[in-house]
Design a protein around this ligand. Structure first.
Ligand code: KG4
Ligand code: ZN
Length: 341
């Protein structure tokens, strides 16, 4: 029996998450705690995030193992995000995972958080088609915005990325200016539904230029400048806030689409267009990504919302892909690969 099971941990930002994932893609059990500790600060506070991971992780892992009915001898390896991310949280999660691996005499697999986002669309049952390499990925979250050609497990071509803010950062900062609660992205999307997206013309940095780098800080500043015409010491009228939200969402979507279209022209032979990262949870953006994919006759795959944002299932799945590749390359020690990563 070649099937194996990974216990995975994610703690690189403000989600404390753990999952048990089987090599056939079955999600046996998962727990996630989206830290509420940051709400009153209007943004993630790294020190508080690290302490919250420390406080919650053990209970979550215990709860997950208990609900799974698995015993330790049915778990083959432990994986954790080892970067990139907020270093305090990364240290908490990866040290906890290494401790578990050591105490249970299991291999430990270090996972790159971006690689895990990149491979999420390949989790069986998550996509309705089997995603084959190579494919083009738009990864857009609170910390990242990049176009990646995913050629194989471990082989990624960075085609372009943001030269200033990530798209999620722009969503969050604009939401904050509009007086929306943190995290701003989802709240802004809801408000934008009521708004007139054509009311305000906002700049689209890099629009029409070659390449697929992104820039969002000018757009963010433009919203700030727009608001300087209004009294922001009192709550904004709801229609005004909604119109700004809708105009911003339309503009940032157009920017992303323009850059991504260049990326599509920079690659050849891709099987599909995929997306991942928290901002990919935005339905307005997803609809436009689907239209763009249709224009180029590419299937479009977006993971369900809970696997677009940070989660431990993707960490477990990345470990599975890495181990399966190692097996194919005969890098096998004992009954599971121990990787030189
Ligand atoms: O991938 P993620 O959970 O964490 C990392 O940054 O790695 O992404 C979180 C980001 C936040 O900026 C959040 O506001 C944004 O994704 N986001 C959204 C939506 N849902 C989450 N932005 C726009 N629309 C959404 N529906
Ligand atoms: Zn992420």
């Amino acid at each position: 029996n070649n099937s194996f099971t990974i216990l995975a941990i994610e703690s690189s930002c403000d989600d404390t998450a753990c999952a048990l994932v089987r090599s056939d893609g079955t999600i046996i059990s998962e727990q996630i705690y989206s830290q509420k500790e940051h709400i009153r600060f209007g943004g993630v506070v790294p020190e508080i995030a690290a302490r919250a991971h420390l406080y919650h992780l053990r209970n979550l892992v215990e709860k997950m193992i208990n609900t799974s009915n698995l015993s330790w001898n049915e778990i083959d390896a432990v994986a954790a995000t080892c970067g990139p991310g907020l270093i305090g949280g990364v240290i908490v999660g990866s040290s906890f995972a290494k401790g578990l691996a050591l105490s249970q005499n299991k291999p430990f697999i270090a996972i790159n958080h971006i690689e895990a986002h990149a491979l999420t669309v390949r989790i069986p049952n998550i996509s309705n088609i089997q995603v084959q390499f190579p494919y083009l990925l738009l990864l857009t979250s609170g910390g990242h915005c990049q176009c990646i050609e995913v050629t194989d497990v471990g082989h990624y071509r960075h085609l372009g990325g943001t030269i200033d803010d990530a798209a999620g950062e722009a969503f969050d900062k604009v939401a904050k200016m509009l007086g929306l609660p943190w995290p701003g992205g989802p709240a802004l999307e809801v408000l934008a539904k009521e708004g007139d997206e054509d009311r305000f013309a906002l700049p689209r940095p890099l629009y029409g230029r070659p390449g697929c780098d992104f820039s969002f800080s000018g757009l963010k500043t433009a919203v700030g400048n727009l608001l300087s015409d209004y009294d922001t010491t009192v709550p904004l009228p709801r229609t005004l806030a909604a119109d700004i939200a809708a105009s911003f969402q339309k503009t940032i979507t157009q920017s992303i689409l323009n850059r991504l279209e260049n990326a599509i022209q920079m690659v050849s032979g891709i099987s599909l267009l995929a997306t991942a990262g928290g901002v990919a949870a935005n339905k307005y953006l997803r609809n436009h990504l689907l239209n763009l994919a249709n224009k180029y006759n590419l299937p479009f795959i977006a993971p369900p919302m809970q696997y677009c944002t940070d989660n431990a299932v993707m960490i477990g799945w990345a470990a599975i892909e890495i181990l399966q590749q190692a097996r194919q390359n005969h890098m096998i020690i004992d009954d599971i690969a121990i990787l030189p990563r």
